[in-house]
Design a protein around this ligand. Structure first.
Ligand code: PLP
Length: 442
């Protein structure tokens, strides 16, 4: 491992040795003084995406009009899905771009549950992304309804009360940094239908061992659904190789697809024909242009499409993927490890005297491409950084200042400057003038 020091020269030296340094030029950087450490929430804009967006609007929408559907729009969810598949270890035909992560979770989790209706345990963790927890609660609410559910057939006579689903949330060992893996192992039993976790945890950046947990779940007959939002574009993922069942993820974080760019879903070939989408739309129909009156699922993963997809943002996102595809996940990961190690080092050297602690695993093998640093005044420090210091991290309650590092455009100089400014906010107590009351979006 590199031996770090705190000098600015050293940061410049790391930049001069960075094989990905030239990728920064592919992104729009309007103000070089802004230290952007939030690419894990919204990636920077690849310059090529802006040119492509203009072309999509003027040529494809403006001039081609409805003919666009026969010029690459209709196939876009599968075409772009396969490109994302290359980043997540998925052979073609298993990954689709569609809807949002939240909606894809609803579709895939519901499909998984209805496959084994007599099993009632759903396992997740207490530090999963809240939308994931809410979606599971909504599914439980729907499937627990007293009258036999339209999604459940087997063994449920008229008037027979359903056994309710149990959503078990594994907690952490250490204040939301790493999960209690022994508890997870014990919890997965013969009644477990679904285990759903974020591959990289959104607050601490902890990486679950995909292979181990998938094997564990399979040994008890459960299905696993991985949320890849903070993993895709940040770490190499091997879905097929781990024999994963299902996955979802978004494209506006490390994949730089733009605000609200459509999400993706993955369904392993081995179970595609067994699963039924809970949303039977015409895009998931076998022959949509027959306009038949009754639904018949499309072959393969395409049955999980529901309706018309947002072409402007989907096609723009396709272009935005190019720097990631070109650089490859191994070189992205290699730089990312040096960046999060460097940031952990600077946290320890400069910020721990001010009461900061690392809210992420110390071992880079267990950590994605962001770290959380914790401070009781984290929220006010975050505001001072954004409003006075041109540093953009984000804040995640109760005390996490989250710093994201994107190998394609974050420089070591930027990391050094960012930490230097955090240190100054602390030395000059600049955060003290901000109220503890939070703004709507943190
Ligand atoms: C960002 C994120 C989401 C976002 O879901 P949307 O439907 O795009 O709002 C979901 N899950 C995780 C783990 C995330 O990090």
């Amino acid at each position: 491992m590199t031996t770090f020091n705190t000098s600015l020269d050293f940061a410049h030296q790391l930049d001069s040795q960075d094989p990905l340094a030239t990728y920064r030029d592919l992104f729009l950087i309007t103000d070089p003084d802004i230290i952007y450490l939030d690419g894990n929430s919204l990636g920077r804009m690849p310059k090529a995406a802006a040119g492509r967006a203009k072309q999509i609007v003027n040529q494809e929408w403006g001039a081609d009009l409805i003919r666009g559907w026969n010029k690459g729009w209709w196939e876009a969810p599968t075409r772009v899905g396969d490109k994302i598949g290359a980043l997540i270890g998925a052979a073609p035909g298993q990954t689709l771009v569609s809807d949002t992560t939240s909606i894809n979770l609803f579709k895939l989790a519901t499909a998984a549950l209805t496959l084994q209706p007599n099993r009632k345990r759903i396992i997740t963790d207490t530090f999963n992304f809240p939308s994931d927890l809410y979606i599971l609660q909504g599914i439980k609410n729907l499937l627990d309804a007293e009258s036999p559910s339209p999604f459940q057939g087997e063994g449920r006579g008229e008037g027979q009360r359903n056994t309710p689903y149990e959503i078990l949330r594994i907690s952490s060992l250490d204040n939301d940094i790493t999960p209690d893996l022994a508890a997870l192992e014990t919890a997965i039993n013969e009644d477990t239908t679904l285990v759903t976790l974020s591959h990289v945890v959104f607050k601490s950046g902890y990486i679950y061992d995909m292979r181990r947990i998938t094997d564990l779940a399979h040994s008890k007959g459960a299905i696993v659904l991985w949320d890849l939002c903070h993993a895709v574009g940040a770490i190499p993922i091997a879905l097929d190789d781990c024999n994963a069942d299902l996955a979802i993820g978004c494209t506006y974080k490390y994949l730089n697809g733009g605000p609200g760019s459509p999400a993706f879903l993955y369904v392993n070939k081995k179970i595609q024909e067994k699963l039924s989408s809970p949303i039977w739309g015409w895009w998931g129909q076998n022959k949509p242009f027959d306009f038949g009156l009754d639904y018949e699922p499309a072959a393969g993963a395409s049955r999980f499409l529901a309706g018309t997809q947002p072409m402007l943002s989907l096609l723009t996102m396709e272009t935005a993927l190019e720097p990631t595809l070109q650089a490859g996940m191994d070189s992205i990961r290699a730089k990312s490890i040096v960046m999060t190690n460097y940031a952990s080092f600077l946290t320890n050297a400069w910020l721990s005297p001010f009461g900061f602690s690392l809210g992420s695993p110390r071992d880079s093998a267990l950590r994605g491409s962001h770290i959380s640093i914790r401070h009781p005044d984290g929220y006010r420090i975050n505001r001072a950084l954004i409003e006075e210091m041109n540093v953009i991290p984000d804040f995640r309650a109760p005390d996490n200042l989250r710093l994201g590092f994107s190998s394609l455009y974050t420089s070591f100089n930027e990391i050094w400057q960012g930490f230097d400014r955090i240190k100054r906010v602390m030395e000059e107590k600049r955060y003290e003038k901000y109220p503890k009351q939070m703004l709507t979006v943190t």
